[in-house]
Design a protein around this ligand. Structure first.
Ligand SMILES: NC(=O)c1ccc[n+]([C@@H]2O[C@H](COP(=O)([O-])OP(=O)(O)OC[C@H]3O[C@@H](n4cnc5c(N)ncnc54)[C@H](O)[C@@H]3O)[C@@H](O)[C@H]2O)c1
Ligand SMILES: [Zn+2]
Length: 369
């Protein structure tokens, strides 16, 4: 096997598949999918931005491997992650003649992955699905775990299904065309993964973060593989989010509230960054973690060019938005809080004053980059 190939085997009860990370892989998708599927047809779902940059490489490699190809192109952006867009995908797939064995390939960021996965879960009551993520966030987070779905006017990700892919194919070289703010957004999830599971990974990232920001593809390949392995391990242990999968929400309880109250003017990664800093502040106030660890989290977050302060939103509005987070169980807000770098625990007994102080601490620090 090519020494630049990294394979992470995922064993989720009821479905086992490989996640393959290799620079240049986009041009080999056809051969890789052919090994998994005898189908005569394959469908690509992409968005207008990614399709224009990377669509033809994937499409021609599928044709070269003997697939007849349909492409459903959706408009890019979270605002299009809706049932209305899913309906246009069904139109393309069904009028073309999709069959039960036809693999559906998601080529794009998390928005495309979530919608392609939901389409694959539901069209003809389920067809095989392949993730080909092209943002760092989709590579290290959204493409792994089998959650698919769309947003509703009432809130994000409220309609969906679990549908595991038959493969996740990752070409880190695709990140070269990604806007820098999207790269940084994915780095927030990488920092999160190390805080919840891997102190050595965190130390590596402290040393090497400049290589990620400068788009060193060899480094990004190893970073993506490291993070995919963490996410896959957590998901395999808890595929339906009954327990430890909640650890992946570290930084997200505060983060989602900031995202909502700011009306999505921050990227998701910027909100997660602020959320992780707030969670450290709360954990420190509860005597769970020491200050030097919190300082390392803030320093690495800043080094990733993500905000750790400068929040100008009304504090009480952010605090009350947390109550509406869909992860609230039996009226209690559950916080994932660190005890050290590499380990977190879930608490549903955080006093309101501690929560408020944690949000408030975000207003007094350095402004967002
Ligand atoms: N299913 C899950 O477990 C899970 C986990 C985390 C996030 N998500 C979802 O993922 C979504 C966010 O994903 P995202 O951050 O990837 O956003 P995104 O899919 O909107 O992509 C961000 C932007 O980058 C563009 N883009 C993508 N790849 C590119 C490339 N290689 N070059 C140039 N431009 C490129 C896209 O067209 C888009 O404009 C949210 O909807 C979120 O709910 C899902
Ligand atoms: Zn996230």
């Amino acid at each position: 096997m090519d020494p630049k190939t990294r394979t992470i085997h995922t064993a989720i009860p009821g479905s086992e598949y490989d996640i393959t990370v290799r620079p240049g892989l986009l041009a080999e998708v056809g051969d890789m999918v052919r090994k998994l599927s005898p189908s005569k047809k394959a469908a690509i779902i992409t968005d207008d931005v990614v399709g224009a940059i990377h669509g033809s490489a994937v499409e021609s490699s599928l044709r070269a491997a003997g697939f007849a190809v349909a492409v459903a192109t959706v408009p890019s952006g979270e605002k299009n992650k809706t049932l209305a867009t899913i309906s246009t995908i069904y139109d393309t797939l069904l009028t073309w003649g999709i069959e039960r064995t036809t693999p559906v390939l998601a080529l794009g960021g998390g928005v495309v992955g979530d919608m392609a996965g939901f389409s694959a879960a539901t069209v003809l009551r389920g067809v095989p699905f392949v993730q080909i993520p092209t943002t760092l966030l989709a590579m290290v987070d959204a493409s792994v775990g089998g959650k698919t779905g769309v947003d509703h006017a009432v809130g994000k990700n409220l309609i969906g299904a679990f549908h595991q892919p038959i493969a996740v194919l990752i070409d880190p070289a695709a990140l070269k065309t990604l806007p820098p703010r999207e790269l940084r957004s994915g780095l927030a999830e990488c920092i999160k993964h190390d805080i919840i599971r891997d102190a050595d990974g965190f130390a590596d990232l402290e040393r090497e973060i400049h290589r990620a920001l400068s788009l060193d593809i060899d480094y990004l390949a190893s970073l993506v593989a490291h993070n995919v392995a963490i996410k896959a391990r957590v998901v395999a242990a808890d595929p339906f989010e009954k327990g430890e999968r909640a650890h992946l929400n570290f930084g997200h309880t505060f983060g989602h509230a900031i995202e909502t109250v700011s009306n999505y003017s921050y990227t998701h990664g910027q909100c997660v960054a602020l959320g992780m800093v707030a969670a450290c502040h709360a954990a420190k106030a509860l005597g769970m973690i020491d200050q030097p660890s919190c300082d390392r989290v803030a320093a690495l977050t800043r080094a990733a060019e993500l905000p750790t302060g400068g929040l100008t939103l009304p504090i009480d509005t952010v605090v009350s938005a947390m109550i509406y987070d869909k992860k609230v169980k039996a009226g209690k807000v559950r916080f994932v809080l660190p005890t050290t770098i590499g380990h977190v625990t879930v608490r549903d007994d955080v006093p309101a004053g501690v929560v408020r102080d944690a949000v408030s601490s975000l207003t007094s620090q350095t402004p967002a980059p």
